[in-house]
Ligand binder design. Structure first.
Ligand SMILES: [Mn+2]
Length: 303
């Protein structure tokens, strides 16, 4: 019998995965019975790092029945959770998103707008007596770098940099970040897989909106070379998931820009929400906006 399940959204990214693993460790080292769990499949970067560190995280579905409490990490929007979660069991929320529903939640919540939820977990170790394992330090460090696009995105704060500096001395593998960014920049797979690697749909102002995100070295070239196919992947997603809008936001880490790709009927919404100018089905922007910054603006426009 485990008291706590520590988990995130379905198909978590490196931040959600790292936070689940490391926060469960933090709770255990503070004498609570806790286990990390994942819903769905972690994204490519998270999968790569778990394999490299030889870590296996259980499926949340296997743990959910037997736990009394759920701690949600890198997640706060209760509408986005896996259907099998009994919301009355959620006792803690730790997240860094502006768009969340934590106000409808009466447990313990920590929502702070830093670049990565991993920063919030790292600070807990840093401010306490308990030692962090090498695995957790490496996971959290990579998660912060990954979520802030190597500390370049607007969402990056001093707290993220301080946490990363502290974590960096707690593990030995100094090449790992370079490897993570090569995984992110691996275009040697079908276009549809690349587009859907970091994708979900969400309800924004009553509209069902699908949003895919790519952050990579060479993202611009990938978009230029595969426009037609990307549009047809989005069209199929729109049909299958019955979406009102669907778009892809890509960050080219080298060129330091966003490229938005959208179907015809979603261009106007994005142009207004983000002050963009589409040419054909693409729009470029130099702000390096992350999806978590884009969502509140699109939601406002749809309202
Ligand atoms: Mn995150």
């Amino acid at each position: 019998m485990t008291e706590f399940l520590v988990t995130s959204y379905s198909n978590p990214d490196l931040d959600g995965t790292a936070c689940s693993f490391a926060y469960a460790e933090f709770l255990r080292k503070n004498n609570k019975e806790a286990e990390p769990g994942l819903f769905g499949k972690p994204d490519d970067e998270a999968k790569f790092l778990l394999e490299k560190l030889n870590l296996k995280i259980s499926s949340s579905l296997d743990l959910i029945e037997e736990v009394n409490q759920i701690a949600l990490v890198d997640a706060s929007n209760l509408e986005w959770l896996n259907q099998s979660i009994d919301k009355s069991k959620i006792s803690q929320i730790i997240d860094h998103r502006e768009h969340n529903l934590s106000e409808e939640f009466d447990g313990e919540s920590q929502i702070e707008l830093v670049g990565a939820a991993a920063t919030l977990i790292a600070e807990k170790f840093k401010n306490s007596e308990v030692e962090i394992s090498e695995e957790s330090a490496e996971l959290l460090y990579c998660a912060i770098a990954d979520n802030t696009v190597d500390f370049q995105a607007n969402v990056t704060t001093k707290r993220d940099k301080d946490a990363a500096d502290w974590l960096e001395n707690k593990f030995s593998d100094k090449n790992v970040l370079q490897e993570i960014f090569s995984v992110k920049s691996d275009f040697d797979k079908p276009v549809s897989e690349k587009v859907k690697n970091d994708y979900y749909n969400t309800n924004l102002a009553g509209r069902k909106v699908g949003i895919a995100q790519i952050e990579a070295l060479g993202a611009e070239k990938f978009i230029e070379e595969n426009s037609e196919e990307i549009l047809s992947v989005m069209w199929r997603l729109k049909q299958r998931e019955n979406l009102d809008h669907v778009f892809l936001t890509s960050i080219d880490i080298r060129e330091e820009l966003n490229i938005f790709t959208a179907l015809e009927q979603s261009k106007k919404i994005l142009e207004n929400a983000l002050n963009l100018q589409f040419k054909n089905n693409k729009a470029k922007d130099s702000r390096m906006l992350l999806r978590k910054e884009i969502i509140p603006k699109v939601k406002e426009e749809l309202e």
